[in-house]
Design a protein around this ligand. Structure first.
Ligand code: MGD
Ligand code: MGD
Ligand code: SF4
Ligand code: MO
Length: 738
């Protein structure tokens, strides 16, 4: 008999015949739950429905929530492991004070709050209100996002408030507002199902939005043609009809050429263009020289392939175009987005069944978090902080004089620059790990060290938190009631399942106490999260992101409601623009002229290789959460440098050899992973790791002039093999082209 791979006898001897394995310290095993709660995954913008199981006020596991319409029980590797965070031994459970020379010492809440408030007051009385900044995050619920905005503007009274969506959806947001006057994906994802042609550009859907692939496969089963645009043969590209392997930073050239081709071959919806859009002539003029030959030289992709894609797109009766950060993380992120929107508008395929367009929102509440006013230029309801009418309305809701409302402040990376210039001296951050996720992080570290006072709210000790003077232990998704808005624009309920552990508090309780101590307690008399939501509904009323008609009861009854939902008897809006009444001042959808521009850090003789950065399936963002979950670490334990065999041979780089990657910002060592799935002129590094493993040691602080998003997707680099073999736990998958 073949020998069993495990020694059962030894195991029985050790643990007894019932195989009672000891439970790992701090993480209880699966017990019969005393509570099963329908809520959502805390990670990406899909916000998959999930049931969390709890026993004795601790999360003990999960079950699929089959009825939730978007994911119908499906979950990705992160979703099935997320519950491991709850009882994690690393949870921050008491406020901490950084004592110089000694390190972090636990302190009472009373003292932590006293010190925080007195430091805010000290800095502001010496240097002005705007010398204290706030950085927020969109893993926070709608209610918390709204509270942070209100806290910054009415209690701290600073204009310098921004959020981590600045690194994420702002290019798409700015492009969508320009073109449609509203910032949301145009349809829910059911409409993908019968789209004839689907373009996915700059979105590694299988790894970053795994459950969305279900809707793409449904479309494929119905015969949809799939066009994938990505410098890498990402898993989705393996099954695509056409893969356009463009050079990073050249989407606007590609989509400009496709628009020009559509115009030349009269693949246009003239009725739609004439009656429902403006700006077509200027957009046409901008691309008149963008031939397929020109596009081939810029994108590095064969013109025959571009033509085939233009033909498919041009002739389709129904279609969907989706993009994510691959086209948005550029100094021309907004232009890239507009170049996509132009080909959608030219086709007239929007506001109809199975016809849609949208950015795929990244963070858990990336959609809602960009609507409720914790951006430097925005007030709730996606209102404009510089618009006098909008200011007046929100000042009225908040019971303050419009003049008291601060104006437009600095964006996230600009706040770091202002700290360097000594203009900002104090910082409150929550739900943001800028030291790992902002570009050029040596520069970010210097800024954090320069602050006179820094207080952070998190549930784990992130790399950024280590620079705080005071750390306040906050709460996980499942420790508070609230709502989030999914990538589809569906507002859903987040359920409290357990209490924050030990001495940790809910984020809301912390924000409310800060407001009270800063003298704005009367504006934060919220009895629960529903009360916050009800104020948010009023604040959003009449804005483009109108939530007025959405209530907790309505969300529960319908398993989510799509905004805009302006009245209580309104059913919500899964598909936008069926009435063709766009939210722009002239009521039309706007074409915008887009000229192709090179990236701000172009390759040259000294820095000849393009470095692009992004994600892997098992790690999430700065990794604070997922690098603490063993199973996810096992899947992808360290950042590897993806490099094509031809480029590797050119530099004589061996598999797993440590390679020095150098840009104008700095250098770092990464083991090579030689794969055939990437362009020969481009290397890729995932960015989820801190310190010496951080890709953001290399990226630049060049920002898009409109959206202020950093150019994470293009840096010019040098590669120098070190001759040393690195220890590599596991390779990134190499999806061979054939
Ligand atoms: N597993 C996992 N899932 C996540 C996250 C995570 O950290 N991990 N984060 C969530 C968040 S916040 C976000 S924003 C999303 C991001 O989701 P995605 O945007 O899908 O993720 P990225 O890996 O940043 O980039 C996507 C692709 O862009 C390609 N790319 C690079 N440069 C260019 C270019 O110039 N043009 C084109 N067309 N493509 C280019 C890269 O090769 C990469 O495959 O994922 C969400 N989901
Ligand atoms: N090179 C490179 N850099 C990138 C990107 C890239 O593609 N390449 N992508 C960018 C993108 S798209 C994004 S979205 C950013 C993300 O950048 P970050 O927002 O900095 O990343 P996170 O890991 O989400 O950090 C959030 C922190 O908040 C904590 N947190 C999570 N939920 C909560 C909560 O409910 N309450 C509280 N109090 N804390 C919470 C987590 O523990 C974590 O420490 O990174 C950007 N950086
Ligand atoms: S796809 Fe996103 S929301 Fe769904 S389980 Fe995975 S990480 Fe969670
Ligand atoms: Mo993101």
């Amino acid at each position: 008999m073949a020998k069993l791979p495990i020694d059962i006898d030894r195991i029985i001897e050790q643990f007894g015949p019932t195989l009672n394995f000891p439970k790992p310290e701090g993480i209880p095993g699966r017990d019969e739950p005393d509570k099963v709660v329908e809520t959502h995954c805390c990670f990406c913008g899909m916000q998959c429905g999930i049931k969390l199981l709890a026993k004795n006020n601790k999360i003990v596991g999960f079950e699929p929530w089959m009825e939730f319409p978007f994911n119908q029980g499906r979950l990705c590797p992160k979703g099935v492991q997320r519950y491991m965070q709850d009882n994690h031994p690393d949870r921050l459970t008491t406020p901490l004070l950084n004592v110089p020379g000694e390190g972090y010492r636990p302190i009472q809440w009373e003292k932590a709050m006293d010190m925080t408030v007195s430091e805010i007051k000290r800095i502001q009385s010496l240097h002005g209100k705007d010398a204290f900044a706030v950085l927020s995050g969109v893993s926070l619920t709608n209610e918390k996002s709204y509270m942070v905005g209100k806290l910054a503007r009415t209690a701290i009274k600073t204009k310098n408030l921004d959020y981590n969506g600045r690194l994420c959806m702002v290019s798409a947001g700015a492009g969508n507002k320009k073109a449609f006057g509203l910032d949301r994906t145009s349809n829910n994802y059911d409409d993908l199902e019968k789209a004839e042609v689907i373009i996915v550009t700059g979105a590694n859907v299988s790894e970053t939005f795994p459950t969305l692939t279900y809707w793409l496969w449904r479309a494929r089963d119905n015969g949809a043609k799939l066009i994938v645009v990505d410098p890498r043969i990402i898993p989705l590209a393996r099954t695509a009809d056409i893969h356009l392997d463009i050079r990073p930073g050249t989407d606007s050239a590609l989509f400009g050429a496709i628009l020009n081709y559509m115009i030349e071959h009269d693949m246009l919806d003239h009725n739609f263009i004439d009656n429902y859009t403006s700006g077509f002539e200027a957009a046409k003029e901008a691309v008149k020289d963008y031939t397929l030959e020109w596009a081939e030289t810029i994108t590095g992709t064969k013109k025959e392939k571009i033509e085939a894609a233009a033909q498919l797109w041009g002739k389709a009766a129904t279609s969907f175009l989706l993009h994510a950060r691959g086209i948005e993380h550029h100094t021309k992120g907004v232009e890239n987005v507009l170049s996509c929107i132009n080909i959608v508008l030219a086709s007239g395929r929007i506001g109809k069944p199975y016809c849609g367009y949208g950015t795929i929102t990244g963070q858990g509440n990336g959609q809602g978090g960009r609507e409720h006013g914790h951006k430097c230029d925005q007030l709730p309801g996606n209102r404009d902080i510089e618009n006098p009418e909008h200011r007046k309305y929100i000042a009225g809701v908040w019971g303050i004089d419009e003049k008291e409302l601060p104006g437009k402040g600095l964006s996230a990376y600009e706040i770091i620059e202002a700290i360097h210039r000594n203009e900002i001296k104090g910082l409150l951050s929550l739900c943001f790990n800028p030291l790992v996720s902002l570009p050029n992080n040596n520069y970010v570290r210097e800024a954090l060290e320069k602050l006179e006072f820094y207080v952070g709210i998190d549930f784990f000790m992130s790399e950024t938190m280590r620079h705080c003077d005071i750390i306040l232990p906050g709460s996980l998704h499942e420790e508070e009631e609230g709502t989030v808005t999914t990538a589809e624009g569906r507002v859903v309920r987040i359920r409290k399942v357990v209490d924050p552990p030990k001495n940790a508090r809910t984020d809301s309780a912390i924000l409310m106490e800060l407001a009270q101590r800063l003298g704005a307690g009367d504006k934060f008399n919220f009895v629960n999260s529903e009360a916050v939501f009800n104020e948010l509904r009023v604040a959003s009323k009449g804005g483009t992101a109108d939530y007025y008609g959405i209530t907790y009861a309505k969300i529960e009854k319908n398993m989510g409601v799509f905004w805009p939902c302006p009245e209580l008897d309104h059913p919500g809006t899964p598909r936008l623009w069926e009435d063709k009444k766009f939210k722009t001042p002239d009521g039309k959808a706007h074409f915008n002229p887009v000229h192709y521009h090179p990236s701000m850090d172009p390759v040259d003789e000294e820095y000849p290789v393009i470095l692009t950065t992004g994600r892997v399936v098992s790690q999430y963002l700065s990794g604070t959460q997922t690098r603490r979950i063993g199973k996810l670490v096992e899947q992808f334990a360290q950042p590897l440098l993806e490099i094509h065999p031809t480029l590797a041979a050119q530099y004589n780089i061996q598999q797993h050899e440590e390679v020095r990657v150098i840009t104008k910002r700095g250098e770092a060592l990464f083991p090579a992973n030689i794969v055939e799935t990437i362009r020969e002129d481009t290397v890729f590094i995932p960015y989820h790791w801190p310190g010496k493993k951080s890709a953001n040691q290399l990226t630049s602080g060049h920002l898009d002039p409109i959206s202020k998003i950093p150019e994470f997707k293009v840096s010019a680099c040098q590669l120098i093999p070190t001759g040393k073999q690195a220890y590599v736990a596991k390779d990134a998958p190499d999806y061979k082209s054939n």
